[in-house]
Ligand binder design. Structure first.
Ligand SMILES: *Cc1c(COP(=O)(O)O)cnc(C)c1O
Length: 400
C-alpha cells in the first residue's frame, strides 16, 4: 500500500461553491417562478476581444500548415508572448526583462506550484481573508502558515508587523475577495520589511488591469527594491477574459538569489526554470499567439472596453451600498465589492436572507477565511441589466 500524502487530511473541504450551488438549486426548485440573479461568480462573462479571436484563428492556420506547424514549444513560453509582456510592463513604467517572464496556463497553477522552490520550515505569512489557493497549496505540501489579519480596522490591507519575522509573504492586490488595493507607500513598507527579513514576497496581481488610479502600483516591481525580494503572478483571465482560454505569466527576477545552507548561491529564476522544464511544457502555441495579441494597442483597447463594463457594474454596486449606508470595501480598483453583512448577520445567514428575500446570489465571506465571517462578496462580472435589477432589489430590501 502506498503511503499517502496525509497533508490532504489537513486541507479544509472546499465546500463554498458547491454549498452555494446546492442552496440556490433547492430554492429554485421550491420557487420556480422567482428569477435568480447571480452576482457570486469570480468568472468573466464577456466574450474574447475581436483581436484575440483573430489571433486564435491565425494560430489554428499556422498549426494546419506543415511549413509553419509547431510542436513542443519552449517551456518558458514563446518569445512573442514574453516580449509582448515585457513591452507591456515598460508601457506601465516598469522594467522587466523577457528572461524573467515565464508563460503559463494561468496564475492558479503558478501560485500553487511555487511551493516547489521553498523548504518546509519557513514562516509563511498569508492574509485572511484571501484567495484560498495560497493556504491550501502550502498545507498540501506539509507547510504551516501564519495568518495576517485583514479587517475593517486596517481597511483589509494588513501591514507588516516588525516584531514578527517572515520568510515568505503572500500579497494579493487588488485583493480577491475584498477588492482592497495597496498604494505605493504601503507596498514600499512590505518590500522594505521583506528586504530586512531576507524574505520573498509572492505578489498576485491578477486584477492589476482593474486599477484606474495611475498613482496606484499595478506591479510590485514599481516599488524600489522589489526585484531583490518579489515574484509576481499575473493572468490574462480577468485582464482579457482568458478564464476558459488559459494563459498567465510569472515574473521571477534574476536578482532573486539566496544562500543555501551549504553556502552555495541559489537563483530562484534558475530554479523556477528548472522546475518548469521538468514538470511543464507551457501552454498551447495558439493561446500564446492570442495572448501576444492582447498586448497590442488594438487588443489592449478592446480588453479595456470589457473591463470598463465590469467597472461600471462595480461602481453601481458601490454607489448603491453607499446610499443604503452599508459599509463596504473594493468596487473601485476591483471587480469585487466586499460588504459588511447588515444587522450583524453572519455570512451564510446573509446568503440565505438575500436568496429568500430578493433572489440575489453572492458569495459568503466566510469562504475566504475567518475574517470573512460577517462579510459578503458581490462581483461585477454579471450583465449591466442584472446588476441594475439586483441593486434595485437591494434598495427595496435595505432602503429605509
Ligand atoms: C482569478 C484569479 C487568478 C487567476 O487565475 P487563473 O488560473 O490565471 O485563471 C489568480 N489569482 C486570483 C486571486 C484570482 O482571483
Amino acid at each position: 500500500m502506498p503511503k499517502l500524502n496525509e497533508n490532504f487530511l489537513r486541507i479544509q473541504n472546499s465546500y463554498l461553491f458547491s454549498e452555494i450551488a446546492h442552496r440556490t438549486a433547492a430554492y429554485v426548485e421550491a420557487n420556480p417562478d422567482k428569477p435568480i440573479i447571480r452576482l457570486g461568480i469570480g468568472d468573466v462573462t464577456k466574450p474574447l476581444a475581436d483581436t484575440v479571436i483573430a489571433a486564435l484563428h491565425e494560430g489554428v492556420d499556422i498549426m494546419a500548415d506543415a511549413a509553419t506547424f509547431k510542436g513542443y514549444g519552449p517551456e518558458q513560453g514563446y518569445d512573442e508572448a514574453r516580449n509582448a509582456i515585457s513591452a507591456y510592463y515598460k508601457k506601465n513604467g516598469v522594467d522587466v526583462e523577457p528572461e524573467a517572464i515565464f508563460i503559463s496556463d494561468g496564475a492558479k497553477s503558478d501560485t500553487g506550484n511555487i511551493t516547489d522552490l521553498f523548504g518546509h520550515d519557513n514562516v509563511i505569512l498569508i492574509p485572511d481573508p484571501v484567495y484560498p489557493v495560497y493556504v491550501d497549496s502550502n498545507i498540501m505540501c506539509g507547510n504551516s502558515v501564519t495568518y495576517i489579519s485583514g479587517n475593517a480596522g486596517n481597511d483589509f490591507l494588513p501591514m507588516p508587523d516588525r516584531s514578527q519575522h517572515a520568510d515568505i509573504i503572500y500579497i494579493c492586490s487588488p485583493n480577491n475577495p475584498t477588492g482592497a488595493c495597496y498604494n505605493k507607500e504601503q507596498l514600499q513598507e512590505w518590500v522594505d520589511y521583506a528586504l530586512e527579513n531576507e524574505a520573498v514576497i509572492l505578489f498576485d496581481s491578477a486584477y492589476e488591469a482593474f486599477i484606474s488610479d495611475p498613482t496606484l502600483p499595478r506591479s510590485i516591481f514599481a516599488i524600489e527594491g522589489a526585484k531583490k525580494c518579489a515574484i509576481e503572478f499575473c493572468s490574462l483571465s480577468k485582464t482579457a477574459g482568458f478564464t476558459g482560454t488559459r494563459c498567465g505569466y510569472t515574473v521571477v527576477p534574476k536578482e532573486l538569489v539566496f544562500k543555501a545552507s551549504t553556502g552555495e548561491e541559489m537563483s530562484l529564476n534558475t530554479m523556477w526554470n528548472r522546475r518548469q522544464c521538468t514538470k511543464y511544457n507551457s501552454t498551447a502555441y495558439i493561446i500564446q499567439h492570442a495572448a501576444a495579441a492582447v498586448f497590442t494597442d488594438e487588443g489592449m483597447a478592446q480588453c479595456r472596453e470589457n473591463i470598463a463594463c465590469y467597472q461600471k457594474n462595480a461602481r453601481l454596486i458601490a454607489d448603491t451600498l453607499s446610499d443604503l449606508g452599508i459599509r463596504f470595501y473594493g468596487g473601485i480598483h476591483s471587480p469585487y465589492v466586499w460588504f459588511e453583512c447588515p444587522d450583524g448577520m453572519e455570512a451564510w445567514e446573509c446568503f440565505d436572507y438575500l436568496l429568500n428575500n430578493i433572489q440575489v446570489v453572492g458569495t459568503p465571506g466566510a469562504g475566504f477565511g475567518e475574517n470573512g465571517r460577517n462579510f459578503f462578496r458581490l462581483t461585477a462580472f454579471g450583465s449591466y441589466e442584472n446588476t441594475v435589477e439586483a441593486m434595485n432589489r437591494f434598495r427595496r430590501l435595505f432602503g429605509k
